[in-house]
Structures are given as structure tokens and as C-alpha cells.
Design a protein around this ligand. Sequence first.
Ligand code: PBG
Length: 344
Amino acid sequence: KAEAKAEAKTVLPTPSLDLAVRPRRNRKSEWARRLVRENVLTTDDLIWPLFVVDGHNKRSAVSSMPGVDRLSVDQAVRDAERAMQLNIPCIALFPYTEASLRDEHGSEAVNPENLVCQSVRAIKNEFPNLGVLCDVALDPFTSHGHDGLIEDGKILNDETVAVLVRQALVQAEAGCDIIAPSDMMDGRVGAIREALDAAGFVDVQIMAYAAKYASAFYGPFRDAIGSAKTLTGDKRTYQMDSANSDEALREVELDIAEGADMVMVKPGMPYLDIVRRVKDTFAMPTFVYQVSGEYAMIAAASNNGWIDGERAMMESLVGFKRAGADGILTYFAAQAAEKLKAGG
Ligand code: PBG
């Protein structure tokens, strides 16, 4: 028996490969890997989206986004403080609007006292050096959950743009630093830029949700802002078809021509190829939104013990950098910043 084993060994000798190139050399230890690392995630890359809700001293869990809460304005200020401490440059604000304040026209969107405007004022008052981004779209405010005005079942473009312009102006007046139209109406970036300039807000930036796809991955967000149950139909007449790539370049080109300072691709993980094409084609500050459903998948699998959540988080974020993103909107922002602070 022992002889048979010995024979097997001689039959299958260890190959002595005469390799000049052994890529594993550069991976042999942590310091060596650090030395050749091509992309690095830092807190400078992060934008942290927060959900705000009416009330005081309130944090209510978003059930489909474990670890994410809706915050009353005073609590949003506390998270803004946490962002400052973690060196996160910018936060983004999304409102949960009471059902009684929603109507067909999304009127609450242009109310200078709405939750978003209140939050901007409170946060900028305490932390003037923290960047604040506001989403521009009507879906948190409409009874039907669409981003625009509807007539005979159609989303009206130009009429919607007129309202979005007013929404952007009340946000700028409240002190918002970056206006981020997420509605995907045609021509809204140019109309907003013109109105901002005319009102003296020449320094307010525009980050255009330039290539925004009609996506199943927005589900938990609609739960968070309370539009999931009311939304009738889908958003495919204004958000992009996920099968398209050239179209993304045309959308981005238009938004740049209309005055966008920064462009965004959304969602993130299924659209890394779009991030790369946009960055290579336009060399613009390019952002990517790791959306609610992407967060929820990682959080859920992690909570079930199916994946290492922290590692999956960091891997997904550096993946965006590798694809060419200059920055990432992510619900993991604070958690990732904590991890980076602790040494990655
Ligand atoms: C509003 C808006 C949406 C998101 C950001 N702004 C939802 C939508 O378009 O339906 C999604 C963000 C996320 O899923 O995290 N227009």
C-alpha cells in the first residue's frame, strides 16, 4: 500500500514552473498590497443621505433599511454633527411628508417652511461648514407618488419644470449648497440654473441626477419617504431604461450643457459600466448613488449572517472608486467613515 502511494507521487510530480512573472509577489503581505493599491476610499468621497420627519427628539426606524432612521429636525442636526466629526463633507436631505400635506400638485415642495427647508436652516445655522445637498423632485410631496405633475395619466414635462424651479429656489433661500434634481424631466437643469442665477444664487451648485434609471432598487427609499403605497404605476416615462448605455451619455451631455457642475449615475452597483463611460467621456466630477435597495441587500444578508456586512460595504464602495466615481451617496457613509477612522 505504501509502495502504491509512493508510486502515485512519482507519477504526479510537483510541476516546476519556470515563471518570470508571478503576480502573487505583489500580494504577499499587507504592506506590499498597500504599496501597489490603485484606488483608495476616503471620507472625502462620501455624501450621507438623511431622512427627515416631523416631530421632536424622534428617530423612527425604516423597516426595509436596517440601521437607517427617519429623523426629526433636531436629530438631523445631531447626525449633521456626527458627519462633521467623521469628516464627511456633505449630507443629503429627504423628507417624509405627512399624508395630509401631500396633494396632486406637490404644493408642499415649494413651501419655504417645509421639512427640508427647516432642516437646511437648522443644520447650516449650527454647521455652516458642512455641505448640504437637497433633492429636487415632487415625489415626497405628491399624493400619487410621481416626481412630476400628472394630467390624463401623463407626467407633464414643462409644467413640472416650472414647479421644480420654485422648489430649488426655496431650498437655495434656506441655505442649501447643492441642488440635486432627481426628477428626470427634460430641461430642468438649465431652467434651475437660470433661476438660481437670476435670484443671485450664483454659487449654489447643481448636481444633476443625469443618468437615473427606472429601478427596482428604489423600493426601500419609497418606504422611507412614505410614497411606496401611494405610487401608481411606474416611472418609466421619465427614468431611463436599464438596458441603455449610450442614452446615459446623451443625458449627461445635456445636463452638462445646461450648467450641471457635477453629474450622477444612479443606482450604483448594477451600473458601474455607466459610471466608467461617463467619467471617461466627460471628465466631469462624477458621482454615484448606492441606493436604498443596494443598502438593504447588504444589510439584510449581513444580518442573516450570510455575508460579512462590513467587508461587503467597503468592497462595494471601493468598487465605485475603481469605476471612476469621485464621490458616493451612500446610507453606509457614517459606518464607512467610522471604519476608515479606525484604520480601514
Ligand atoms: C426621488 C428620488 C428617489 C431616490 C432619490 N430621489 C426615488 C425615485 O426616483 O423613485 C431613490 C434613492 C434610493 O433608493 O436610495 N425622485
